[in-house]
Write a protein that binds this ligand. Structure first.
Ligand SMILES: [Zn+2]
Length: 325
């Protein structure tokens, strides 16, 4: 197998914009509501498709099922790739949501995974806010009253976000991404979202969007505020892999650059696939692959069978690294 590059799958929603173009230099079709760019997905009909090399046109789902250990290593046998990675351009506030955990999602028709997710703030307009968890002491009864009264925002723990913030959102946590943020998100591959509050907005038809109050409140299992976390700097000043979130479902690390000159990282070799998303600078894979450097906004999936990989980057290069525990 080779390193795998996939075509982004764009999702347009009213809250999106054109920042994938202005921030990452991508070419977008006409329109001003590009909200999500799915970079790695294998969930039903939503499939990443390989865009270069001999496997061009193959879906991630086909690779997971047909290549088995070659792609998945010690995770071979899974019916689908368990994680979804996307970039989000929040020109406007997203609705306030909660996702169920695995046990609750398994009882749905059709059954799905729960959704634990983590965000990395790629870019932030001044004053942009993240809503993560609840103010201390807020109960389910308080939430219900606030939803019915259109004041749920008063219950939410909110803070101003800056680039480099990482926010871990376990399933059952009330959350929203605020206007002005560009976010990279890793999550369990799942499609179950309960909308609790939509900022009292109405859609193009003049009607408010549907809320899922009862199911959503039952899914809330995490109370209290969620604070942002940041990668720790290396005292040596060498390029490093700084852990952001290591949970049961995924490991998310930041490839931090060397303070001076070229950065080098060693990845893989643990018989599992590894995923990289370049946020700034450019990232070069082992020269034997003969691939052009990955630029900001580009991603790559390194199959398990590649073994240890030497990665390098020009000064200032930053990337996210996702792997399976
Ligand atoms: Zn979410």
């Amino acid at each position: 197998m080779h390193p795998l590059l996939f075509s982004p799958l764009y999702r347009t929603y009213l809250w999106g914009g054109r920042r994938f173009e202005t921030h990452f230099g991508r070419q977008l079709p006409a329109g001003d509501t590009f909200a999500e760019s799915w970079e790695l997905v294998d969930h039903g009909d939503d499939q990443s498709v390989v865009c270069t090399g001999p496997l061009t046109g193959t879906t991630l789902g086909e690779l997971v099922r047909e290549q088995g250990p070659g792609l998945m290593g010690r995770h071979a046998g899974l019916k689908a790739f368990p994680l979804l990675f996307k970039l989000l351009d929040a020109k406007r506030d997203l609705s306030v949501q909660v996702h169920p955990d695995d046990a609750r999602a398994a009882t749905l028709t059709p059954p799905d995974r729960g959704k634990t997710e983590a965000w990395f703030v790629v870019d932030a307009d001044p004053g942009s806010r993240i809503y993560a968890g609840l103010k201390a002491g807020v109960t389910t009864a308080d939430l219900r009253e606030a939803i019915l009264g259109g004041t749920l925002d008063t219950c939410l723990h909110a803070f101003e976000a800056t680039p480099g913030d990482c926010i871990f959102i376990p399933a059952g946590t009330v959350h929203a991404i605020g206007a002005g943020l560009m976010i990279a998100e890793i999550q369990q591959s799942s499609d179950v979202t309960y909308r609790l509050f939509d900022w009292n907005r109405v859609g193009p038809d003049g009607q408010p969007r549907q809320l899922h109050v009862d199911a959503g409140l039952e899914a809330v299992t995490q109370f209290g505020p969620v604070a942002p976390r940041r990668a720790t700097h290396t005292p040596s000043g060498d390029a490093d892999l700084s852990p952001l979130v290591h949970c049961d479902y995924f490991h998310l690390d930041l490839l931090t650059p060397a303070h001076h000159g070229e950065s080098r990282w060693q990845l893989g070799g643990d018989d599992a696939p590894h995923f990289l998303s370049v946020l700034s600078g450019d990232l070069r894979l082992d020269p034997s692959w003969n691939l052009p450097a990955l630029r900001a906004g580009e991603c790559v999936l390194l199959p398990a069978s590649l073994g240890p990989q030497a990665i390098s980057g020009s000064p200032g290069t930053q990337a996210l690294h996702v792997s399976l525990p």
